[in-house]
Structure formats: structure tokens, C-alpha cells
Design a protein around this ligand. Structure first.
Ligand code: ATP
Ligand code: MG
Length: 335
């Protein structure tokens, strides 16, 4: 089994990014390592340029994301961690697959419709062809399993269609058809100031989120000031309906302790936030403290990060090479 997954580089990472995305990668990695499977994780920096990004900000986000992944537990000894832009085979195979992918198929992609909105004519060609690059990302490595959220299922189907058509058109059995990988369900973390809004790096209020770089005092203060209601905690999750802030804090506690809301409420039923908040803050600091310490270490030694990413790119390129070579050859472009 080979798992391949990419994530767009973002900076200013917060607890929502950790519990909703990064932690799932770490779980996937550890399950794969135990089973003897391969994991390739990449920063989708080529996907990031399908919309305008300030180049200096993008470069900084790439480094922050790479550091955060490592700090959160992606272990270069267990997984191959790399940047897409450092493995040119992604862009090359994407171009080769552009000859096979059909405009009609891409026209059906709902994500492009959403992202381009009413300004379809003004969207970049890259945004339209985004799923072809995604197909290249996984077909290049003969990925058998690709973790996908609901929004990405259609793109994985497209990757399969491209693989099937390429194999059939050129009479080869080159590309493996990837299947979706259903891992742990991702938590959805809401703002500390408004339980109906997602915790997000773009929220103007820093008090709305816990950043991975927050120190223990800041975490304590943010949790203390988090919006709540005056009621004590109920004994069942049903009692949290209509109480979005309470529901969010219980959900965060559950996610951090790898348990369920039922378990959290079994422990705190009848207690007020005066008791619950310090316990929650302590749990956050327990989880985030070591992550922040590793982030600080990586920040002090940027060369170490470069070495990890260069090694990852080299290992990924070695796996990609035979597939890319065979794809050129299948097309009559043997080199
Ligand atoms: P923006 O406000 O710019 O959209 P963001 O804070 O939502 O930023 P993204 O860069 O969009 O962060 O997301 C990176 C990853 O983190 C994605 O996989 C996304 O699903 C996940 N993620 C972001 N916010 C949350 C959240 N509040 N809860 C769970 N997962 C989240
Ligand atoms: Mg977002």
C-alpha cells in the first residue's frame, strides 16, 4: 500500500489546522509505518500558484508549513516529505496527462466552479487544470491510496479516469488506479470568539484562535477569555445543541484527548466553565508545548529544514523516475 497526500502551504498555523489536517497525516504515517506501507507527503506549492500569491509570502508559508509538519510529528525517517516544486516530474507528468484529460471532464469539476465563481473567463488556466496536476501527483508514485475529503472525491475519480484512458489509448499498464483512503475523521474547530465561525488564520482577532506558536501564558489567556455561556456542561452531547461555543470547547477537548464528546461530558457534566476551561487550557499546553519547542528549534536552524526537504525531494524523484520515463516512452517520446 502506498499513500500519497499533498497539502497547500499556509503560514500562521493554528489549532484548527493541526486537529483538522496535520494530525491526521501524523496518524496516517504512524499507521502506515506500523503496517510497513509507504507514505509520501508533499507541500502542494505548484498548486498554490494557480491563484496569485505574493512570492515572498509564499516562500515563507512553504517553510512555515514544512516546519509545522515536522514539529507536529511528520518524521522524515518514516515518511517522504517534500515540496512538489522540487520534484520536476510532477509538472512534467501533468503536461503529458494534459493530452489525455478532456475539457469536458474538467468542466464538470465543482471545485473549479466554486473557486472561479462568476469570473470563469478571468480564472487562470492553472486553476482549471488543477485536477490534472493532482492526477500527476498520485499517478507518478503509483499511489494505491489517497486520503480525500468530500471536496476532493471528484478529483480522485478524475485521476482514475485519466489513468484508465492513458493506459487504454497507449496500450500500456502503466498507471495504478488510486483508491480513496478513509482515515480518521477530521475535527472541525470553531473560533474561540464565535462558535458558529470556523477557526481561521484570516480572522482579524488573534483571540479567536490558538496559534501553534502561542506560548503557554497566551494559550491560558485565550482559553480564559473564550466566549461561553453561563450554563453548566450537560451530561449528553444533545445538551450542547444551541450552545455553539460550549460545543466547540468540548469538541476541542475531545479531539485533543483523542476521545469523544460523550467521554468529555461524562467527566465534566454539571461543572461550569470555571472548572472546564483550566483543564482544557492545560491539555492544549500539553499538546502544543512540545510542538512549539520543536518549531523554535527548527526556526533556529533553517539549514536543517533545507536538508530534510532536499532529501525528501531526492527520494521522491527516484520513485517517480521510472513512471515518468515509461510515460514518455508510451507516448513515443522515449528519451
Ligand atoms: P484561510 O482563512 O486563509 O482559509 P485557514 O485557517 O482556513 O485559512 P487553510 O490554509 O485554509 O487554513 O487550511 C489548511 C488546512 O487546515 C486544510 O486542510 C483545512 O481543511 C484545515 N483547517 C483549516 N481551518 C480548520 C478548522 N477550523 N478546523 C479544522 N480544520 C481546519
Ligand atoms: Mg481555509
Amino acid at each position: 500500500m502506498r499513500i500519497v497526500s499533498g497539502i497547500q502551504p499556509t503560514g500562521n498555523l493554528h489549532l484548527g489546522n493541526y486537529l483538522g489536517a496535520i494530525r491526521n497525516w501524523v496518524k496516517m504515517q504512524d499507521a502506515a509505518a506500523a503496517a510497513g506501507d509507504d507514505c509520501l507527503f508533499f507541500l502542494a506549492d505548484l498548486h498554490a500558484i494557480t491563484v496569485y500569491n505574493d512570492p515572498a509570502a509564499l516562500a515563507s508559508n512553504i517553510r512555515q508549513m514544512a516546519a509545522a509538519l515536522i514539529a507536529c510529528g511528520i518524521d522524515p525517517a518514516k515518511s517522504i516529505l517534500f515540496r512538489q516544486a522540487m520534484v520536476p516530474a510532477h509538472a512534467e507528468l501533468c503536461w503529458l496527462l494534459n493530452g489525455t484529460a478532456r475539457i469536458g471532464w474538467l468542466n464538470r469539476m465543482t471545485q473549479f466552479k466554486e473557486k472561479s465563481g462568476k469570473n470563469r473567463e478571468g480564472a487562470s488556466v492553472g486553476l482549471f487544470a488543477y485536477p490534472v496536476l493532482q492526477a500527476a501527483d498520485v499517478l507518478l508514485y503509483n499511489a494505491t491510496h489517497v486520503p480525500v475529503g468530500d471536496d476532493q472525491k471528484q478529483h480522485l475519480e478524475l485521476a482514475r479516469d485519466i489513468a484508465i484512458k492513458f493506459n487504454a489509448d497507449y496500450g500500456v499498464e502503466l498507471f495504478t488506479l488510486p483508491d480513496p483512503y478513509i482515515g480518521a475523521t477530521a475535527a472541525r474547530i470553531m473560533s474561540l470568539r464565535d462558535g458558529t465561525a470556523k477557526m481561521s488564520k484570516s480572522d482579524p482577532s488573534d483571540m479567536s484562535r490558538i496559534n501553534l506558536t502561542d506560548d503557554a501564558d497566551t494559550v491560558l489567556q485565550k482559553v480564559r477569555k473564550a466566549k461561553t455561556d453561563p450554563e453548566p456542561l450537560p451530561s449528553e452531547p444533545a445538551g450542547l445543541e444551541g450552545r455553539p461555543e460550549a460545543k466547540n470547547l468540548v469538541g476541542i477537548f475531545a479531539a485533543l484527548s483523542d476521545g469523544t464528546s460523550e467521554q468529555v461530558l461524562a467527566r465534566f457534566a454539571g461543572q461550569g466553565f470555571g472548572a472546564f476551561k483550566p483543564a482544557l487550557a492545560e491539555l492544549m499546553v500539553e499538546t502544543l508545548g512540545p510542538i512549539k519547542a520543536r518549531l523554535d528549534d527548527l526556526g533556529r536552524d533553517p539549514a536543517a529544514l533545507d536538508v530534510i526537504l532536499a532529501n525528501g525531494a531526492e527520494r521522491a524523484a527516484a520513485i517517480a523516475k521510472p513512471t515518468l520515463t515509461a510515460a514518455y516512452a508510451a507516448l513515443g517520446l522515449a528519451k
